[in-house]
Design a protein around this ligand. Structure first.
Ligand SMILES: *Cc1c(COP(=O)(O)O)cnc(C)c1O
Length: 436
């Protein structure tokens, strides 16, 4: 390859250090790092040597290609209609949570009492906010995610003993991760009772004995069974002489009329759960986190267990979680509560603008879903832009990426999960994709 280049073009390509001295590249180096900037310069030099670009445009070419941020993660516009989409980061944080992360990013009193100069309970503000949000919990603890909350409970309360669980609740939570395997990895033995569709109180009662660490009730959060089914109400399970741990999954703290079938922490505790585990980034609308709520003696055992240190939650998460609990309604709930008529009006306005720009666009009736995070089977009426399916790929790779879903050979951009202030960004992205 090298020999094929015109020798004069090669000579005229500016030296790397000279290009890096360009003020625009020097400024970018402070944001995204000198070695990253250098890589873009080297790429541009290579193109100049090959004669793809003029030698005097190396700096301009590098500047044009530079990423804006030091992370390769991209901000994505969620037009999938799935409120909590695990592949694109589940819950979007509120502005309050983002602000809290900025505050905690430097040194912070996460585990330090500024009044006395002594060590303090880690994340106490977050713990207090969570406890205040669920008064039925005697105590609460926060770990890295829902799976970690379950693993900590299983390890501390049932390692070397048995966890009694219904066969109908042995679920896979996604990406090949199965709860039974997760629990077995802690050294607890699973004692399965009942059948896939029916489990009775006597199934549990017969299984419970001196070897039982706890009875586990798991919310099947990503599917529904219909037909000849039965499961045992929590209030009845709570009569058994062992603790009942309830994995509600979604992180709904109290009942919500919008999702009547979705279990919540307060109700589970009032019905007799000894411990509730949940995620922070599903229906709570906060950062990835695992919540543990319940009996003070059990929460204390979990907090003191050596494994607690391995699933300890980060200061940024604590900050965002507290802001989610104390702050304004997070984007996930804004999306869930959005009036379909308002979504329709936005879709019509964007569709009209797109047609004026020469992009054929339909206004389509669609349905949004809560997502892997909860409320399986619940559909929320919504509206979307109906576009040529060929636009799906250029929209995904555009700036910013817009992800929709292909339905019956049509690309649908459901605006329920898109913030109204992003409508024009979506419109511009579609125009750019149509021109690509
Ligand atoms: C999502 C979910 C989990 C796992 O929680 P993560 O926060 O993703 O680790 C566990 N159990 C149930 C029922 C869930 O829905």
């Amino acid at each position: 390859m090298q020999e094929a280049q015109p020798p004069d073009a090669r000579r005229r390509v500016p030296r790397t250090d000279d290009v890096l001295a360009d003020p625009r590249l020097a400024a970018a180096a402070k944001v995204i790092g000198r070695s990253t900037v250098k890589q873009y310069v080297v790429d541009a030099q290579q193109r100049a040597r090959q004669g793809d670009i003029a030698a005097d445009t190396v700096a301009d070419t590098a500047v044009a290609a530079l990423p804006e941020h030091a992370t390769t993660l991209r901000h994505v516009i969620n037009a999938t209609g799935v409120v909590l989409h695990t592949n694109i980061g589940r819950a979007a944080l509120s502005a309050a949570a983002v602000d809290a992360i900025r505050v905690a990013a430097g040194h912070t009193d996460v585990e330090y009492d500024l009044a006395t100069g002594a060590r303090a309970r880690r994340g106490r503000g977050t713990v207090h906010a969570l406890a205040a949000a669920v008064p039925a919990a005697e105590d609460v603890h926060v770990v890295n995610n829902g799976a970690a909350a379950l693993v900590l409970a299983a390890t501390a309360l049932a390692r070397g003993r048995e966890i009694v669980v219904s066969r109908g609740e042995m679920v896979e939570i996604g990406d090949g991760f199965r709860l039974p395997e997760l629990l077995a990895s802690t050294g607890a033995t699973l004692h399965e009772v009942g059948t896939t569709n029916r489990t009775s109180l006597s199934d549990y009662a017969d299984a419970v004995g001196p070897e039982t660490g706890f009875v586990l009730k798991v919310h099947p959060s990503n599917f529904v069974v219909h037909g000849f089914t039965s499961s045992v109400p929590l209030a009845e399970l709570a009569e058994l002489p062992v603790p009942v741990v309830v994995d509600i999954g979604s992180g709904l703290l109290e009942p919500d009329r919008l999702l009547p079938a979705e279990p919540d922490a307060a109700t589970a505790l009032r019905d007799g759960a000894a411990l509730v585990t949940a995620s922070g980034d599903k229906l709570l609308g906060g950062p990835q986190a695992g919540l543990l709520l319940g009996r003070a003696d059990l929460v204390d055992r979990l907090r003191r267990h050596p494994l607690a240190r391995a699933v300890r939650v980060d200061k940024l998460t604590l900050a965002a979680l507290e802001a989610t609990l104390r702050g304004p309604e997070p984007p996930a709930w804004q999306a869930l509560r959005r009036d379909p008529a308002a979504v329709r009006a936005r879709v019509e306005a964007v569709a009209q603008a797109l047609r004026a720009d020469g992009v054929p666009t339909e206004v389509v009736r669609t349905a949004s879903v809560v997502g892997g995070g909860g409320a399986p089977g619940v559909e929320l009426p919504s509206w979307g832009l109906g576009l040529d399916a060929a636009l799906a790929a250029p929209l995904r790779t555009g700036h910013p990426p817009v992800v929709g879903r292909v339905e019956r050979d049509q690309l649908v951009l459901d605006l329920r999960c898109v913030a109204p202030e992003d409508d024009d960004t979506v419109r511009a992205a579609v125009v750019a994709a149509a021109e690509a």
